[in-house]
Design a protein around this ligand. Structure first.
Ligand code: 15L
Length: 272
């Protein structure tokens, strides 16, 4: 059984993947935040020493750790650029060849919704966050060409048990479908550097995901059965730029609420 490191294991996607992949691989889970699990190792990946320690002796890495939405530049720089560099470099030093990198639909979020894009389009990030994902893709490409490392870049839409809104009807991916794609990334023998879209088989998809199909991806889910209920609830949007582009509000917002951020403690002495 392969030993697989999952960074960012306490996040939403990390939690889904740890559950879905538990019987298939020997998982080593890691995060900055604590997790009560025997196979957990705490690490701050902005520190190279931590990256070196947790990547030792694994067969593959699923590097989910990072800042997962638009936010302040320093947070993105530390979590998505410095930490990503440390993980890829630590993998190279420790001889770990295979990395699955969850990039994002926000690496290409400034493509319009009336366009269908495939894995060969040039990036059009919609945010600093999107730029940081393009950095990860570029660094992976360098490591593949220069050092013979192997990467599956999964431009994830939105992982959830069910799609959340109209935009997500086009980019949703179910937990079992993302697990299938990640398994392809870990096990497919021929991968050098590949980009795929992390979406289920959605009828409203904006992606030509033929590269994923070529690697054997057969999504089991489709957002369409949820469409009627979601569209009935959806109010017409008043942000024309967000509505026209695949990245939605990431195209205009300077900050998108980070569901993973620790809650602020209430100020002392403040009355209710
Ligand atoms: C992402 O890349 C984020 O990580 C996730 O939290 C969602 O916001 C998702 O994109 C999305 O576009 O819905």
């Amino acid at each position: 059984m392969k030993t697989v490191l999952i960074t960012g294991a306490t996040g939403d996607v990390g939690t889904h993947l740890s559950r879905e992949l538990a019987g298939t691989y020997k998982l080593r889970l890691s995060d900055r935040r604590p997790l009560k699990a025997k196979n957990f190792v705490k690490a701050d990946l902005t520190k190279m020493a931590d990256a070196l320690r947790i990547t030792k002796g694994v067969d593959a890495i699923v590097h989910l750790g990072g800042y997962s939405v638009e936010g302040p530049w320093d947070a993105i720089l530390q979590a998505n650029i410095i930490a990503c560099y440390n993980v890829f470099e630590a993998a190279r030093i420790n001889g770990v060849k295979r990395i699955v990198f969850p990039t994002s639909n926000h690496a290409t979020g400034f493509y319009r919704r009336d366009q269908t894009i495939d894995h060969r389009v040039y990036p059009k990030p919609d945010s600093r966050y999107g730029v940081s994902k393009v950095f990860g893709e570029a660094l992976g490409s360098l490591c593949a060409d220069k050092y013979g490392m192997e990467f599956l870049m999964v431009r994830i839409g939105n992982v959830n048990p069910a799609p959340l809104d109209k935009r997500r009807l086009s980019i949703w991916i179910s937990p079992r479908d993302i697990a299938q794609l990640v398994s392809i990334g870990i096990d497919h023998p021929g991968i050098k550097f590949e980009i795929v879209y992390g979406v289920s088989g959605n009828q409203r998809s904006w992606y030509d995901n033929s590269n994923a199909a070529r690697l054997g991806y057969r999504p089991q889910d489709d957002a369409e059965p949820y469409a009627q209920e979601i569209l009935a609830k959806e109010k017409p949007g008043d942000n024309a730029i967000a509505e026209a582009h695949q990245g939605g509000i990431f195209c205009t917002a300077e900050d998108v609420p980070n569901p993973a951020a620790p809650k602020k403690a209430p100020r002392k002495g403040k009355r209710k």
